[in-house]
Design a protein around this ligand. Structure first.
Ligand SMILES: Nc1nc2c(c(=O)[nH]1)N[C@H]1C(S)=C(S)[C@@H](COP(=O)(O)O)O[C@H]1N2
Ligand SMILES: [Mo]
Length: 199
């Protein structure tokens, strides 16, 4: 009895330490999409990086999957207040995708099939902070969770992790994406509770 309750409270306090302010824990995986789930066939799928003028790099599905993939275990924090800890993913890191790109442009607008967009500073997607993820919990990523591939940027609120991602545009200035244009915070740090922009 005493051992069980010590173990239980130990796990609880570890989880609580990983829970940003105003969030609650969930073990299921809610689906949050602003529109219908787009279905993209793998032979038409592509991912491009451009600078607003030229496509700098382009991958089709096979060439993306030939890149070195990484397994990561990360915590997810949704602005609607659920957090899910210790989720496991497999994907290609943005460091790998950006390896051959030299740019001074400091911002990126990520684009999805189905027209969702979200803005991120380039410094937030390099140095092992972001992946193009195609497996969740060991299986191909389900369409409703962004399959065939989604952006995964776990250190920011989950709306930044664009599902059905198809590329990004490098930009000189920060610009709002879909939710940011509707009042969500431009950056979205869950530890600072950057949910909405101040007026
Ligand atoms: N393309 C696209 N990506 C998206 C969204 C969306 O509506 N469209 N919703 C965002 C929001 S608000 C959240 S909380 C997460 C939800 O991811 P999930 O449905 O896998 O839980 O996806 C984000 N990425
Ligand atoms: Mo969200």
């Amino acid at each position: 009895m005493a051992i069980i309750s010590r173990g239980f409270s130990g796990r609880r306090s570890t989880a609580e330490a990983n829970l940003p302010p105003g969030q609650y824990l969930t073990t299921d995986f809610p689906v949050l999409s602003a529109g219908p789930t787009p279905h993209i066939s793998l032979d038409r799928w592509e991912f491009t990086i451009d600078d607003g003028r030229n496509v700098l790099q382009r991958w089709d599905w096979n060439s993306l999957r030939e890149l070195p993939a990484e397994r990561v275990t990360v915590d997810l924090h949704c602005v609607t207040r659920w957090s899910k800890l210790g989720t496991s993913w497999e994907g290609v890191s943005l460091d790998t995708l950006l390896a051959n790109i030299k740019t001074d442009l400091p911002f990126a607008m990520f684009r999805s099939y189905g027209d969702y967009t979200t803005n991120l500073p380039l410094k937030d997607v390099v140095n092992q902070q972001a992946w193009i993820a195609f497996k969740y919990d060991g299986s191909d990523l389900a369409p409703e969770h962004g399959g065939p591939a989604r952006l995964l940027v776990p250190h920011l609120y989950l709306w930044k992790s664009a599902k059905w991602v198809k590329g990004f545009t490098l930009m000189p200035d920060d610009e709002p994406g879909f939710w940011e244009g509707l009042g969500y915070h431009m950056y979205g740090d869950p530890w600072q509770e950057q949910r909405y922009s101040e007026e």
